[in-house]
Design a binder for this molecule. Structure first.
Ligand code: MG
Length: 160
């Protein structure tokens, strides 16, 4: 038994915030605004995982009104999400994600993101694809106002 999941997220770029993508701190003069560490890539992955098992969305499990999740490490939320996936009897087969950002250049950081996410996701690096695109200078990403991320996952029953 296999199931598919899809997730999308977007966060505004702001001064005086760190830029964390895929759990990797990326040197840049601005970062993503949010209640947690605002790791838009990990948030999209979490929504894809939850969606694959019809378990709702990230806001239902990790509400941004809760002080518990203020400046939360999103990779920890990903670990908690994978615990729910395993509890439901499933494991991740593979992940394919795209981050849309006009700047900074993300290609030099994609390998670090894949390596960083392999363990929490319980898969090999080869099972994780992370791609980067610019917004071609149009839309909120293209104007440098926001960074967004899209993620698709395939999960399979653990006993198969
Ligand atoms: Mg988010």
């Amino acid at each position: 038994m296999i199931r598919i999941g899809f997730g999308w997220d977007s966060h505004r770029l702001e001064e005086k915030r760190p830029l964390i993508l895929g759990g990797v701190a990326i040197p840049y003069q601005r970062g993503l605004a949010g209640h947690s560490d605002a790791d838009v890539l990990v948030h999209a992955i979490i929504d894809a995982l939850l969606g694959s098992l019809a378990l709702g969305n990230i806001g239902q499990h990790f509400p941004d009104t809760s002080p518990q999740y203020k400046d939360a490490d999103s990779v920890q939320l990903l670990r908690d999400t994978m615990a729910m996936v395993r509890e439901a009897g499933y494991v991740l087969s593979n992940l394919d994600a795209t981050v849309v950002a006009e700047a900074p250049k993300l290609n030099p950081h994609l390998e670090a993101m894949r390596e960083n996410l392999a363990r929490p996701l319980g898969v090999h690096v080869e099972d994780i694809s992370i791609k980067a695109k610019t917004g071609e200078r149009v839309g909120p990403e293209g104007r440098g106002e926001a960074i967004s991320a899209h993620a698709a996952v395939l999960v399979r029953r653990q006993d198969e």
